[in-house]
Design a protein around this ligand. Sequence first.
Ligand code: HEC
Length: 126
Amino acid sequence: MLSRILTAIFVVTFIMLTALTPVQAQDVATGQRIFRSNCSICHSPRPGRNIVGPSLFGVIGRHSGRIPDFQYSAANLRSNLTWDPATLDRYLSNPQQVVPGTLMTFPGLKNSQQRADVIAYLETLR
Ligand code: HEC
């Protein structure tokens, strides 16, 4: 009897732990959808195409403020960041906090899975 109860407790605990563990696999297709609905009104994924924001083609690994014909804010130019996945994750969660005074009037993606997915998509733009 006791062993059955213990087995039941073990099984329930195991199921709960599995359900609570966040799935952090990054999904490029989901990231592309998130890009289209959150970023593409201001950013193009194509090289050389600047809209309200600079082209995000090849953004991974790029230094901040490096698209030659885009008028960046002084805040962006001073930020001295390299857009690696970790920095992008911080920036995209709250752009105004990471680069105070930035022209990017985007409140940020609060969901870490959405940020991981959109960054996985940005990594394909090369
Ligand atoms: C309302 C328009 C707007 C939206 C929406 C927007 N951005 Fe921006 N973004 C900008 C502008 C404008 C800049 C230039 C900022 C500056 O000069 O201060 C910028 C800059 C950036 C930069 C820095 C580029 C560089 O060369 O230094 C990255 C990276 C970026 N945005 C990613 C994103 C991503 C990813 C999304 C969607 C999750 C997004 N942005 C949504 C307008 C936007």
